[in-house]
Design a protein around this ligand. Sequence first.
Ligand SMILES: NC(=O)c1ccc[n+]([C@@H]2O[C@H](COP(=O)([O-])OP(=O)(O)OC[C@H]3O[C@@H](n4cnc5c(N)ncnc54)[C@H](OP(=O)(O)O)[C@@H]3O)[C@@H](O)[C@H]2O)c1
Length: 287
Amino acid sequence: MILQDTYTLANGVEIPKLGLGTWMITNDTVAQAVVDAVALGYRHIDTAQAYQNEAGVGEGIRTAGIPREQIFVTTKLAAEAKTYDEAAAAIDGSIEALGLDVIDLMIIHSPQPWMKFGDDEDRCFEGNREAWRALEDAYKAGKLRAIGLSNFNEADLDNILSSATVTPMVNQVLAHIGNTPFELIEYATSKGILTEAYSPIAHGALLGHDAVSAMADKYGVSVPQLSIRYTLQLGLLPLPKTANPAHMKSNAALDFTISDEDMAVLKAQRVVDYGEANMFPVYGGKL
Ligand SMILES: NC(=O)c1ccc[n+]([C@@H]2O[C@H](COP(=O)([O-])OP(=O)(O)OC[C@H]3O[C@@H](n4cnc5c(N)ncnc54)[C@H](OP(=O)(O)O)[C@@H]3O)[C@@H](O)[C@H]2O)c1
C-alpha cells in the first residue's frame, strides 16, 4: 500500500512516498485534517511558513494518537528569508510554531521572494547560499532531519551545489500531467536529489480535463487517482491537497498501473490553465 512505501533520501532518511498538501487549509481546520489523514494511514504532511498553518499542523501531529516519530513533517523557509540571520531565526520560528523538537524536512520555499518569482535578472544566488548555510547549520545541530529546496531550476541548484557542505535532499516543484519539468527532474536525479511533485492535480485544473478524464475512466479510477499515480510512476513524490477524508482515502487507493503507452500519452499532454489560480506566481502570475 502506497501509504507505507518510502523513498530513501541521500542521507538515509526515509520519506513516505505520498504526502498530504496543506496549502489553503486554514490554521483552525488543519489540525483535524492531519488527524483524519493519520487515521487513514497518511504519515507525511507538507506545510510552509507562508501557509500560516504550522501551529495547526503541529497540533494535529501531537493529537493524532501515534508516536511523533512515525509522522514525517515538511515545512518551508519563507521565500523572503535571504540572509543567514533571517533564515536562522525563521527556522527556529517554525520549530516553535509547530511545537515540535525536530522538523523532518525543511526546504527553501522559492529561490526568489514571491514578488520577484520567475525574474531571470536576479536569481538571488548569494541570498540562497546564505539561507542554505542556515539550513545546513540547523541540520548539523539536529533541529532538521533533512534539508532541501523548492522551485529551484538548474542554475539555482548549481548555485547551491557550488558552496554546499550538505547536498540538498529534495527539490519540490510544480509537476503534474500537462506540466512536468522532465529535464529538471533528470538533472536533480543525477545529483541524488529527490523531486517532489506539488499541485499533482494541477491545483484542481485537471479535474475537468477531457483527455485525462477519459483515461481515468478507462482504468476505472478518478482523475486525482490517475494524476497522483502518474507522478509516482515518474519516481516523484506527490503531495495532493485535501481536507476531505473521502478524498484523502481515494487519493491513496492507487493499486493500479498506468501502461507505458498511456504514460507516453499523458506525458505529451499540455495543460497550463489554472483558472482563477493563474494569479499565483507558481502558476505564472505576478503579485
Ligand atoms: N512549494 C511550492 O511552491 C508549492 C506550491 C503549490 C503547492 N504546494 C504543495 O503541494 C500541495 C498540493 O498542491 P495544490 O494544493 O496546489 O493542489 P492539488 O493537490 O494539485 O489539487 C488540490 C485540489 O484538488 C482537489 N482534490 C483533491 N483530491 C480530490 C479528490 N479525490 N476528488 C476531487 N477533488 C480532489 C482539492 O479539493 P478538496 O480540497 O475539496 O478535496 C483541491 O481543489 C499544496 O497543498 C502544498 O502543500 C507547494
